[in-house]
Write a protein of this length. Structure first.
Length: 370
């Protein structure tokens, strides 16, 4: 149905289900509406109350629909821009770093490989974790399912974890099994699959259940899938216990302040090597939650010792600048007291004589007369 109002064509397609109006009227194309009259096929239709009420309803609904469409277009563009920005963030390297920190307690028994290459062409697993000591027990509950070879497939908050992802991970596991040169060098029973995403993949779990697989919740955020050729666990990191799994739980674009606080507390006691991994994670966390983090930076609670980890680069620059200024003042004091000549002071400060004397004067020091 093409509707015209005040001489303007309104592109509005409807399916009408009003029994009180004749079917032949519903099948027609409505013409132009002037005030209370409808101009149709070269003539004005009679002022039928039903028709007029119906036309008025159409016009009002059309205007509302157009506003809704414009709103949806604007919101759609905003969401598209947000998704494009999120895709630029390096979520996968951050995940691999977070996984190392997550399993830090068992690090001596595990060997990590990022982006494990399955074939000569681009086909790679996000991360593999190999138990160096076969019979060792992994303390972290994520590693409860571990065998010798453990394959991880990670999806960022902007990516979907669906049934195709599931079968792709199974296919990767099969390729990984046949990769060595010797037959059955990696037994199938020594391989596990872990799929991980921020939010719980409800549709995937429903699909797996309807396909005959048994899905059960092992613990908060960890779901086991039985009936596959390999042991499979699906992890919803947002559901994980914050005290036990802050590294993976913090890897989100929906960060809250208590979680950030907990993460910074844990990072603050890391060794230098561990902090290198944490830096990769922190960059993604901060950039994907920039508005929140900027607000927290200025809050009374988070301007504390833990937040210094977040602002380490800024504070380090300030510290270096402070040290530099202190050195200049020390040499300026020696020059003012006549202990060393101004030329020596400038040389020690790594400055020209003109710049050094200028700094001295600005700081209130007196240059002795020669």
């Amino acid at each position: 149905m093409c509707l015209f109002y005040d001489g303007h064509r309104l592109e509005y397609v409807l399916q009408l289900h009003i029994c009180s109006i004749r079917k032949d009227f519903l099948a027609r194309k409505v013409g132009i509406c002037y005030g209370k009259h409808i101009f149709f096929q070269g003539q004005f239709l009679p002022e039928n109350p039903i028709c007029l009420s119906f036309m008025s309803l159409l016009i009002r609904n059309f205007c509302a629909l157009k506003r809704a469409q414009q709103f949806c277009i604007i919101k759609g563009e905003q969401l598209k821009n947000k998704k494009e920005k999120q895709k630029k963030l390096q979520w996968h390297p951050a995940f691999c770093s977070a996984l190392r920190l997550e399993l830090l307690e068992d690090a001596e028994n595990l060997e990590f490989t990022d982006e494990f290459q399955l074939t000569e062409k681009p086909l790679q697993i996000d991360c593999t974790v190999v138990k160096v000591k076969k019979n060792c027990r992994i303390k972290n509950e994520i590693g409860k399912i571990f065998r010798t070879h453990n394959i991880f497939e990670y999806k960022s908050p902007m990516d979907e974890l669906n049934i195709d992802t599931f079968y792709k991970a199974v296919a990767y596991a099969c390729l990984y099994k046949v990769l060595p040169k010797h037959v059955n060098e990696i037994p199938a029973e020594e391989i596990t699959i872990t799929l991980i995403r921020d939010r719980k993949p409800v549709k995937l779990l429903q699909k797996l259940s309807s396909d005959g697989y048994e899905c059960r919740k092992e613990t908060a955020g960890i779901y086991y899938v039985s009936g596959v050729m390999f042991p499979v666990q699906i992890i919803a990191s947002s559901e994980l216990d914050m005290d036990l799994h802050v590294q993976l739980k913090a890897l989100t674009d929906n960060l809250d302040e208590p979680l950030m606080w907990k993460y910074l507390q844990e990072v603050s006691v890391f060794t230098e090597r561990e902090k290198n991994f944490a830096d990769v994670v922190l960059q993604v966390i901060v950039n994907s939650n920039m508005e929140k983090v900027q607000k927290w930076k200025g809050s009374e609670q988070t301007m504390c010792e833990a937040l210094r980890v977040l602002m380490a680069d800024e504070l380090n620059e300030e510290r270096v600048e402070g040290q530099r200024e202190g050195q200049i003042r020390a040499y300026a004091s020696l020059v003012q007291d006549g202990i060393i000549p101004v030329e020596t002071g400038a040389e020690k400060a790594g400055m020209s004589v003109d710049d050094f004397t200028k700094e001295m004067k600005q700081a209130g020091y007196v240059i002795p007369a020669v």
